[in-house]
Design a binder for this molecule. Structure first.
Ligand code: F0G
Length: 460
């Protein structure tokens, strides 16, 4: 369409009030939670950009599908409808439903990994990394050069470095590699897409070195949208066809359907390999449930089946990408350095660049995320040394993460353009106060995934 205004390609049928809080209240809430935004209650958050996972709005067709839910323990109608849609979309022989992405990852790790195994990826998401490390395996990120440069405007910054991948696959460590995992889009690297060309080359390398090729395909539709916009060969190809082709390049996948499944809960583990699928189903029965429902109710499976039909709609994907780039424009105009180009599901602020005086081990991204909440009740999340760094032992500083990012992730079909205008205003105010920002120290932290529950305090 030749219009500047981004219209949401849907109208609103049911509304939920947004809490409006005062500056004093926000300070009190955050202090109470030891300066960890994960501790905040939802009624204390005005615009919640903590995650795009499970936070989207369902369509009226999805709610109608919920009413069709068949709760039979085995072989329900809901399962059949879900199975049909997922099979058509992915083409995999075995579809295993789980309650969410990390449940798929846990099963995958348990049935495929042994101590010392190496899993190459463009970038592993944090739960994926944690699940593989829990199995004593070694996840390695082989992101392409452009992806490491936050400010480069390259179109496919989620690509894997093919030379580094081949180096590993032909090295003496090759025997330790059970599979290659490509994350589309690359959440950790800023929600950046992977090109079809890169996926095809990974396929070729996996075939050449006899390795299984898996996708972490949480945001498969957003990836396909970028492919349709940026990869010449795919300009006139239907989004659904691009997604189908991507899935068919790999031998299986994990998916969190809380993202591009338009679901509030749900996941998939899928393989072409019979033996692996059998091992996965055996474990599924122990941990999630019978293979025709996994960890889900029949009604969830029906809502997801409908969501998986809606997600490849061109109008929706265009609105989605444009709302993120709209917010990115606002951030840039406010003088805030952001990862370029804007990602598929979120805006990422480069905190290292924005507040260079706060060292990594004092969590500059966390400081920015706290300030964003204090200014306007907007909840964002640090993806830097607090989330991905390695805690220092015996009073030593942490080993820092590669980047210090702050993510503002947009729930699907939930906020309107005026909400994004409001967030833009919060970012302007953030820019005005940046010289006042202080680093943080950790008071208490768990061994794994510390950013969820760590207790912190500002350094005075
Ligand atoms: N893989 C990727 C790329 C993800 O982004 C996530 C979740 C998962 C796997 C795990 O899925 O949450 O259903 O268990 N990402 C969320 C986020 C949590 O906020 O980015 P899950």
């Amino acid at each position: 369409m030749d219009f500047e205004t981004i219209i949401e390609p849907f109208k609103i049928k049911s509304v939920e009030s947004l809490p409006i809080t005062t500056s004093d209240q926000r300070k009190e809430y955050l202090e109470r939670e030891y300066w960890n935004v994960f501790g905040l209650k939802s009624q204390e958050v005005t615009i919640d950009l903590l995650t795009d996972s499970g936070t989207g709005s369902m369509s009226s067709e999805q709610w109608a599908a919920i009413m069709r839910g068949d709760e039979a323990y085995a072989g329900s109608h809901s399962w059949q409808r879900f199975h049909e849609v997922v099979s058509e979309l992915t083409g995999y022989k075995h579809i295993i439903p789980t309650h969410q992405g990390r449940a798929s990852e846990k099963i995958l790790a348990t049935i495929t990994l042994k101590e010392g195994d190496i899993i190459p990826s463009n970038s592993h998401f944090d739960t994926t990394r944690a699940n593989f490390e829990f199995a004593n395996a070694i996840p390695v990120d082989l992101l392409c050069e452009e992806g490491l440069d936050l400010l480069s405007p390259s179109p496919f910054k989620g690509n894997i470095d093919l030379e580094k991948l081949e180096e590993l696959l032909k090295s003496e460590d090759s025997d330790k590699v059970p599979f290659v995992l490509m994350t589309i889009t690359n959440n950790t690297g800023g929600g950046q897409p992977v090109s079809m060309e890169n996926l095809k080359k990974v396929r070729e390398l996996c075939t050449k070195y006899n390795k299984m090729f898996l996708l972490d395909a949480c945001r498969f539709a957003e990836n396909a949208w970028f492919v349709s916009q940026r990869e010449e060969k795919y300009k006139n190809v239907e989004i659904r066809e691009i997604t189908k082709e991507a899935f068919r390049l790999a031998d299986g996948c994990t998916i969190s359907l809380k993202k591009d499944g338009f679901g509030n809960i749900g996941g998939i583990l899928a393989f072409n390999d019979d033996e692996l699928a059998e091992a996965a189903r055996n474990l599924l029965i122990l941990t999630e449930g019978f293979p025709t429902y996994g960890g889900l109710a029949g009604r969830d499976l029906d809502a997801l089946a409908q969501g998986l039909k809606e997600i490849t709609d061109r109008n929706y994907l265009e609105y989605r990408a444009r709302s993120i780039s709209y917010l990115a424009e606002k951030a840039k105009n406010a003088g805030i350095p952001i990862v370029q180009p804007a990602g598929g599901h979120a805006l990422y602020i480069d905190a290292k660049n924005f507040v260079p005086d706060i060292p990594s081990h004092q969590y500059p991204g966390h400081s920015v995320a706290c300030e964003i909440y204090l200014i306007g009740g907007v909840r964002a999340v640090e993806l830097g040394t607090l989330a991905f760094g390695v805690a220092g032992k015996n009073g030593q500083p942490d080993t820092p993460a590669t980047h210090e990012l702050v993510r503002l992730a947009a729930p699907r079909r939930t906020y309107t353009q005026s909400h994004f205008d409001y967030v833009g205003e919060v970012l302007e105010k953030l820019s005005d106060t940046k010289d006042k920002l202080k680093g943080y120290e950790i008071l208490e932290q768990p061994k794994q995934l510390r950013h969820f529950t760590a207790k912190l305090k500002p350094i005075s």
